[in-house]
Design a protein. Structure first.
Lengths: 293, 241, 545
């Protein structure tokens, strides 16, 4: 347990959880849905990737693609069930939240029923080489995790900044009513958003399965971490989520060095509560304010 | 009588929100190249008429032909669900107040007005055209819209509407909430738009802003159009002038 | 067509009088009358059906208003009224919920004696579980429904109190009757800690945070040795169920104890939600807090108070939980427990006591009765929850108002399809109008206009153009008489811009001191032309109406 190991670990985990957090953040701010079925999407994508590894090929790219695609598929399913029928009904926010909770209940129990409670693991998708940096070894999965998640998130953010669809999504983030006046189909945009964020969850699932296993309820902890990061960064803000992921990652590293592993969650929540007490809408919760205005 | 095609033909339109009925069996024809004013007090259904054409009311029934395509339908829920399809048919709604995207810059904002694929391709030319109408926006292209003043926001909002490749522009209360001078400027700009084969309908409370500058004025009173007979007759009288 | 009207004044050499004018053949005004009287439309039921049973009134008894201590409420909210048709006294029970509550609770009390002997223990255990969950739900409903704080940490509070009291009971030998009160103290401390972020955060931020807190409790309890991480829970606390009783008595006592707990929770719900603090909070719903604050409602304080009170109550339930089950297991912190709890609230309907209880009954029944199905029963519960949330606005108990709203909407939509033009009152409008004369006046007016519309023809217009004033043919005379009788507001008039040269048409405001408004820009060269202009406008208005 040396410091370098813990710091690299923290960086890897914060990259993965950051991906999840950005997914949750984008979902909330553009379609107004708190997606608590994210854990289910995560687990579903993990099983999708497992299937691909089992029956298709153990090639890293294939497994990764399968995870992303099945995550996107699960995202579309959640959208079709929890967003499309009620997005223009009164009390959508609360009802959407509860609908995603229900989907999460159904989905995880369904996975449990289908696959059984035994967890599965995925093959190493980045190979098993390592690089020595000074006196610490950077293994392939760490480098691969960091590079892949940053590249994916960067690609999504860039796409949202420059393309027509991205402008659509951002417009909907800010004012859904005006967006429909301008000619943006709220429902189709909802599908795009949920597919992309689902893909993010899928990516995170595959990457995290390099360290942990895939199980029906395995999505819960990552989701709660992702939610905490999104909260801390401010729902709806990508930059905020990135900053929060870094802060919380280092908090995790420092806590486990100084206090011990079981206190990680406690310090994390104390930190989040402290940040939220100072800025109730997270580190950069400015966009969210605009949405409610 | 007019040989020009009707851009908008509304027949027997009723619309409302929940149990409330705002529009009562309303007929309206707007011809190509025409500027039409709709005058009426607050709460008499001007905005609802526009929203109904865009499919944004709680429920509606009756026929709405936009460029000969039926866009109205008997609908009892889902306000805004089909709005983007109506917009694709060539509607540009410039809504009351500032329905703007606070975080986008003026430029992105103008882009967002051109969502139909064709308009998106030629958005550079369109932007240039809008800037000709609203020169003050030149300097502000990179500013987030949330930081603009009320008059500038209205310019952006109208500019966004003009970006679209629309056959029908619906302008809702362009002078509302603005200083009289700025309101007049906005109205001048609207009058300066070259319509070509499209048409423009302006809803306004202040008759004096419209008088003598639009082709005809229709009054609106408790959900019904008033003070004008069928369009053909009026066109006739207007031409006599 | 060759119908001419002979001017009787012609022979008298009146100025500009012409011998004869082409005009319409006479049409009897009887036609529109007969047409209106004919029944050609489908008859729709009008007004509202009577949805309440009306009890016959009996004199002075109606006015007797017994109040029950300590509130100033009446046992039943009864409205006395007169039947508008028969003028008889009648009474309506406005709120029947007390009756339902009495029936349901008395059923729960006598239920143990109605159960089949073989299943009695199982059913009583299930009943006890139901009552505990219903109590938790009722208190949770106070937090979510009344205070509007979306807290998902309810089971965390219950679990914390449960674990705390269990530990104290095992290690220090605290007797069972103290446990709920120690639990309350733990709940108070816990509630105060969780309440700190609730002062600043709103809505979903808080929901997500409390979800995290729940997870924190689970992970912490799982990892700590003193809370029995190896045994899956903490067991062996003191209990109120004596070992010396036989099985039947044990389960019966447990059942009634839990039922008492539920009734206590109901009383708490009633006293928080139905009193001043509940009213205050109902004035400050989500997103309208700023307005409530501006009217002087201190909703923050009220919210925190409700939150702390319910945390104490949850702690109490947690202590009772320990005393009931002799301990707590980790599963109380698990995400599935939270999900099932949310399912109970949602299925019943958020914000109602009956919803909390009925939701608990449904979910516990599915959970216990279909135990053999394994995970599928949770899938079924999830599906019900999803269905309820997608289709119902306020859970099962919100069906009635939702149905009414839907019916009202449909009604007004249907009305819009069958509305005839022309200003006649719509049936629904007519039932609501106080002045019934107005209905007939409007109908008469419509018939008259229908008739007059048929009189408008090019000949008549031409005749008017030739001489706006003077003697006219019958058709024109009828039209003019109708126009002249128009009400003063918005009546057209002529204004002389320059006498004998320029005239304009204006519309009178109908109010003293308010100037008429200009109707059109057109300038007429002579008074006659202006008269004709007005006539044309009125004809247009008539044809359009």
């Amino acid at each position: 347990m040396d410091l370098g190991f813990i710091i690299t670990n923290a960086i890897v985990l914060s990259c993965i959880y950051g991906t999840l957090a950005i997914g949750i953040s984008i979902t909330w701010s553009s379609v107004g849905l708190i997606n608590l079925a994210y854990g289910f999407i995560f687990a579903f994508a993990g099983y999708g990737a497992w299937y691909a590894a089992q029956f298709l090929s153990e090639n890293g790219a294939v497994v990764l693609a399968a995870g992303i695609l099945s995550g996107a598929f699960a995202g579309i399913v959640v959208c079709a069930l929890a967003f499309i029928p009620i997005h223009d009904k009164p009390n959508f926010n609360v009802r959407g939240l509860i609908a995603t909770l229900a989907i999460s209940l159904i989905g995880t129990q369904g996975l449990m029923w289908w696959f059984g409670p035994r967890s599965k693991n995925l093959p190493d998708i980045f190979g098993s080489w390592s690089v020595m940096l000074g006196d610490m070894a950077l293994t392939a999965d760490k480098i691969g995790n960091v590079v892949t998640s940053i590249a994916f998130v960067a690609a999504v953010v860039l796409w949202m900044r420059s393309s027509r669809r991205g402008l659509e999504i951002r417009a909907m983030m800010m004012n859904p009513h005006a967006a429909s006046i301008v000619g943006i189909g709220v429902r189709s945009t909802g599908f795009y958003v949920m597919a992309i964020t689902g893909g993010m969850a899928g990516l995170a699932a595959v990457l995290l399965s390099q360290t942990y296993y895939i199980s029906p309820f395995g999505g819960l902890t990552p989701m709660i971490k992702g939610v905490s990061i999104a909260l801390c960064g401010g729902l709806g803000s990508v930059q905020g989520a990135v900053i929060a992921a870094v802060i919380l990652g280092f908090n995790e590293a420092i806590t486990s060095v100084t206090l011990g592993g079981q206190y990680v969650l406690i310090t994390q929540f104390i930190l989040i509560i402290a940040i939220l007490l100072v800025r109730p809408r997270g580190i950069a919760g400015i966009l969210d304010r605009a949405r409610e205005a | 009588m007019s040989e020009r095609a009707a851009v908008l033909r509304v027949k027997g339109l009723s619309a409302g929100y929940g149990p409330m009925r705002v529009l009562h069996d309303l007929d309206l024809v707007v011809h190509a190249g025409e500027r039409l004013g709709i005058v009426g007090l607050n709460g008499h259904g001007k905005s609802t008429l526009f929203y109904a054409i865009a499919g944004l009311t709680g429920w509606q029934r009756g026929s709405i032909l936009l460029n000969g395509v039926e866009v109205g339908r008997t609908r009892s829920q889902g306000p805004g669900r089909y709005t983007h399809e109506v917009v694709r048919q060539g509607l540009a709604l410039i809504p009351q107040g500032d329905e703007i995207f606070h975080g986008l810059t003026v430029e992105e904002h103008l882009d967002s007005g051109a969502f139909t694929p064709r308009a998106w391709k030629e958005r550079a030319q369109r932007k240039a055209r809008v800037l000709e109408i609203f020169p003050p926006l030149h300097k502000l292209m990179r500013t987030p819209v949330g930081r603009l003043s009320g008059g500038e926001r209205r310019m952006v909002s109208i500019g966004r509407g003009l970006m679209a490749e629309a056959a029908l522009f619906l302008v809702d209360e362009p002078s509302l909430g603005l200083a009289p001078k700025i309101g007049k400027g906005v109205m001048d700009a609207l009058m300066g738009v070259d319509l070509g084969q499209s048409a423009m309908v302006i809803a306004e409370q202040n008759v004096s802003l419209l008088e003598g500058r639009v082709d005809r004025i229709i009054g609106m009173h408790v959900g019904k159009l008033k003070g004008e007979a069928g369009a053909s007759m009026t066109l006739h009288t207007v031409r006599e002038l | 067509m060759a119908n001419f009207w002979r001017n009787p004044l012609f022979g008298w050499g009146v100025d500009r009088a012409e011998d004869s004018q082409p005009t319409l053949p006479h049409r009897p005004p009887q036609e529109p009358w007969d047409e209106t009287r004919q029944s050609k439309v489908e008859m729709f039921p009008v007004g509202r059906p009577r949805l309440y049973y009306k009890w016959p009134g009996h004199g002075g008894w109606t006015w007797n208003r017994k109040r029950y201590w300590p509130t100033r409420r009446r046992l039943l909210n009864i409205r006395g009224e007169y039947n508008p048709k028969t003028m008889r006294r009648e009474k309506t029970i406005v709120d029947k919920r007390p009756l339902w509550w009495v029936m349901a609770l008395s059923f729960m009390v006598i239920a143990p004696w109605l159960m089949p002997e073989d299943y009695q223990t199982t059913l009583l255990t299930a009943g006890a579980t139901f009552a505990i969950y219903a109590a938790i739900n009722l208190v949770w409903m106070l937090v979510i429904g009344t205070a509007g704080i979306y807290s998902l940490a309810t089971y965390a509070v219950v679990g914390a109190a449960g674990f705390g009291t269990a530990w104290l009971s095992i290690n220090l030998g605290v007797p069972w009757y103290v446990l709920p009160f120690i639990g309350s103290a733990i709940g108070l401390v816990f509630g105060l800690i969780i309440a700190i972020p609730a002062t600043r955060l709103d809505g979903f931020y808080y929901a997500l945070l409390t979800l995290g807190l729940n997870e924190l409790c689970r992970v912490y309890a799982l990892q700590s040795k003193i809370f029995g991480s190896s045994t899956g829970g903490l067991y062996g606390a003191d209990t109120y169920i004596s070992e010396h009783w036989d099985d039947a008595t044990q389960s019966l006592v447990a059942y009634f104890a839990c039922l008492t707990l539920m009734v206590l929770a109901l009383v708490l719900f009633r006293f928080v939600n139905g009193k001043r603090i509940g009213r205050v909070l109902r004035m400050a719903p989500e997103k309208r807090e700023a307005f409530a604050e501006a009217t002087g409602v201190n909703f923050r304080q009220a919210r925190i108070m409700v939150f702390v009170v319910s945390s104490i109550a949850l702690g109490f339930i947690g202590g009772f939980y320990t005393a009931h089950y002799r301990g707590v297991s980790f599963s109380i912190f698990s995400f599935d427990t939270v999900l099932l709890g949310v399912a109970m609230l949602v299925i019943g309907g958020i914000g109602r006591a009956e919803g909390a209880v009925a939701g608990a009954a449904i979910v516990i029944f599915l959970d216990k009765a279909l135990l053999s199905l394994g995970p599928i029963r949770l899938i079924i519960i999830g599906a019900i929850m999803l269905g309820v949330v997608l289709f119902l606005r306020g859970g099962l108990f919100g069906i009635k108002p939702q149905f009414r709203a839907w019916r009202d909407k449909k009604k007004s939509e249907r009305r819009s399809t069958r509305a005839e033009k022309g200003g006649e009152m719509l049936p629904e409008e007519a039932t609501e109008t106080r002045d019934k004369d107005l209905i007939y006046w409007r109908r008469y007016d419509k018939m008259q206009r229908d008739y007059l519309k048929k009189l408008v023809s090019p000949e008549v217009i031409e005749e008017h153009r030739k001489s706006p004033l003077g003697q006219h043919s019958e058709a024109l005379e009828r039209l003019l008489l109708y126009f002249r009788r128009a009400p003063l507001s918005d009546k057209y008039a002529i204004i002389a811009v320059e006498p004998f040269k320029a005239y304009r048409i204006v519309a009178l405001s109908g109010q003293r001191g308010v100037a008429p408004r200009i109707v059109e820009d057109r300038i007429y060269a002579s008074q006659e032309e202006a008269y004709h202009g007005i006539f044309m406008r009125r004809v247009q208005d008539l044809l359009e109406s």
